[in-house]
Structure formats: structure tokens, C-alpha cells
Design a protein around this ligand. Structure first.
Ligand code: DOR
Ligand code: ZN
Length: 344
């Protein structure tokens, strides 16, 4: 039995850091594990321009713990009005590494998102031209589509047609949750990758209803069936370079989760690598973790691999019931439980 695993320092290719006191509360967790992270732009006032991304980046850098060299990789939030000039400016900045497509109304702070993909044709063409990756929240939002079918319908109605129109646009299908998403990514000859969260590798939708309704297992896209979870697991266990680590760690104050209309989002930054290590170990594939966590994403984004290393040890890690979070607290994934691995 392996008791230590040393690997290149990993990166998180999908992360929500929020702003202000929330940012200060959660950033130390990510900075302790990861060298870099793709920072989601869905702030209350979304990060829709290179100038806003520059200011947000400075606030993140200022919130880093003393001595941290954590590097935020910024993204822009696409709207119906994103201009081609803004895309070019973002690419030229050197610190914007993608533009995020939130279908309007799909999730937290997506009201300003794109109402119809055809409205952003020009921006997407400019992205393809300058080599700016598109990060996709892949769910349709029509009220008549079952919440468990929204990802699959998005592939058929939006993603596949987009690929056909713009085959040179590089894209990351974020937080994939279904067998159909895995199949779609695998079927693309090049230029399409996907991130996978710890929760979608660990749980199926039963977790939401285990003995009662469980708001801390609620995220979007929502957990799916067991056959979907095993399809995600198969994709990472095959060592397929198109599937890489993205926690989608999405903090919400306890009071906004444990309520009649709870927010979507699961917080996993406190023990991200430990959570993935358990998943890979349970599947007898710990040897697949280093490339998934530390190589595939960097290669897709055309960034250098990190040079320093981290070590996971087989030691119990007690997860607290909550962490401080501004005026409230934050309930992390596996709160009150014991994990089997610990990042040294
Ligand atoms: O569960 C989610 N939470 N899914 C998202 O797409 C957004 C995120 C958030 O920002 O809280
Ligand atoms: Zn997200």
C-alpha cells in the first residue's frame, strides 16, 4: 500500500474565490494546495472586461497569505454585448486565460449571461482567431427541460452546433456531470477538454436526499445518476489528457445554504487534493492522480508545468464542522468527517 504520493504542485482549473471578506476567508485554502487557478468571473457585478479582471486580480494578489506565490488566472464573463475589441484586449493582457459562457439564468450570478449563443457569434469568432479558450457552463435553462437533462440537451442544442460552426475554437466543458458529456468530449478530435469536480466523482444524486434534503450536496450542474458518475470515473482512470482537475469550489455562507431556497455550490477548497486522492485510491488508480492534477490542464492551456512538488501522506485529516466566512460560517464538503490523506 502506498503511504505517500509526491507530485508536481497541482493547479485548479475551475474555482470561485468571490470577493472582499469571502475572498480573504477562502483563498488561503486554495493557495496552500495549488500553484494557479482559473478564477470564475461570476461576482455579483460580473467581471465582464479586461480592466475589471485586472482590478479583481489585484484584489486576489493582495489577499494572498504572506509568502504565497499563488497565481490567479483570470477569465472574462461573456454577455450578449461582449465586443471583439474586448476579446483582443483580454488576449493581449497576458493575464486573461479564457472567457466563460454562462447561459443566462443557469446558475449563481448568471443573470447577465448570454441569452442566445448566436448573439455572441462575433466574440466567439474573435476568440477562435486569437486562441482564447471558451469555458462553458453547459446547461440549457428552459423551464420545460428536466434539471437532470439540462447538460445533455445543451450538448445537442448548443455545443455540437457551435463545434460545427467554429471547429477551431478551443473549449473547456466545465464540471461535466454526465455520460453524454464524457462521450461528447471523447468524440472531438482536438481542442475540447473538460474539468471534473471531486463531488461529481464521489456522489450520485442520492446524496441530495439521504435521510432528508441535504443542501450541502447541492451544486449546479446537479449531481446525476450512478451511471454518470462511473462514466466520469472511467474518463479519469483511463488517463485521458482531455479530462483534468477543476474543483468548482463554490463557497456560500451557511445561512444561504440551509434555508428554504438554498444557493447552489459545494465548498471543497479546504481539502481538494485529499478529496481527489480518496477517489483515485478507491478506484485503485492513485498513479493517475499526478497527470490529472498537475499536467493535463497546464498542457491544454499552453502554460508551463509547475516545478515544485507537494506530498500527500496517508494520515487522518479531520474536517471541521465549519470555517469562518465573513459574518457567517462556511460548511465544507465532508464537514465533521475524517479523510484518509493529508497534504503535507
Ligand atoms: O453550484 C454552482 N455554484 N454552480 C455554478 O455554476 C456556480 C457556482 C457558484 O458560483 O456558486
Ligand atoms: Zn463554477
Amino acid at each position: 500500500m502506498t503511504d505517500t504520493l509526491t507530485l508536481r504542485r497541482p493547479d485548479d482549473w475551475h474555482l470561485h474565490l468571490r470577493d472582499g471578506a469571502a475572498l480573504a476567508a477562502v483563498l488561503p485554502h486554495t493557495a496552500a494546495q495549488f500553484a494557479r487557478a482559473i478564477i470564475m468571473p461570476n461576482l455579483k457585478a460580473p467581471v465582464t472586461s479586461t480592466d475589471l479582471a485586472a482590478q479583481y486580480r489585484e484584489r486576489i494578489l493582495a489577499a494572498r497569505p504572506a509568502g504565497s506565490r499563488f497565481e490567479p488566472l483570470m477569465t472574462l464573463y461573456l454577455t450578449d454585448n461582449t465586443s471583439t475589441e474586448e476579446i483582443r484586449k483580454a488576449r493581449a493582457s497576458g493575464f486573461v486565460h479564457g472567457c466563460k459562457l454562462y447561459p443566462a439564468g443557469a446558475t449563481t450570478h448568471s443573470d447577465a449571461g448570454v441569452t442566445d449563443i448566436r448573439r455572441i457569434d462575433a466574440a466567439l469568432e474573435a476568440m477562435a482567431e486569437v486562441g482564447m479558450p471558451l469555458q462553458v457552463h453547459g446547461e440549457v435553462t428552459h423551464a420545460d427541460v428536466d434539471v437532470f437533462d439540462r447538460e445533455t440537451r445543451f450538448i445537442d442544442e448548443v455545443l455540437a452546433p457551435l463545434r460545427a460552426r467554429l471547429p477551431t475554437l478551443r473549449m473547456v466543458f466545465e464540471h461535466v456531470t454526465t455520460r453524454s458529456a464524457v462521450d461528447f468530449v471523447r468524440a472531438q478530435p482536438q481542442g475540447v477538454a473538460a474539468t471534473i469536480t471531486p463531488q461529481h466523482l464521489t456522489y450520485n444524486r442520492n446524496a441530495l436526499f439521504q435521510g432528508g434534503i441535504r443542501p450541502h450536496y447541492y451544486c449546479l450542474p446537479v449531481l446525476k445518476r450512478e451511471r454518470d458518475r462511473t462514466a466520469l470515473l472511467d474518463a479519469v482512470l483511463a488517463g485521458d489528457a482531455r479530462f483534468f482537475l477543476g474543483t468548482d469550489s463554490a463557497p456560500h455562507a451557511r445561512g444561504t445554504k440551509e434555508t428554504a431556497c438554498g444557493c447552489a455550490g459545494i465548498y471543497s477548497a479546504h481539502a481538494a487534493m485529499e478529496l481527489y486522492a480518496e477517489v483515485f485510491e478507491d478506484a485503485r488508480a492513485l498513479h493517475r492522480l499526478p497527470a490529472f492534477a498537475s499536467e493535463f490542464g497546464a498542457r491544454f492551456y499552453g502554460l508551463p508545468l509547475n516545478e515544485d512538488q507537494v506530498t500527500l501522506r496517508r494520515e487522518p485529516l479531520e474536517i471541521p464542522a465549519h470555517y469562518p466566512y465573513g459574518d457567517d460560517v462556511l460548511v465544507p464538503l465532508r464537514a465533521g468527517e475524517r479523510l484518509r490523506w493529508r497534504l503535507a
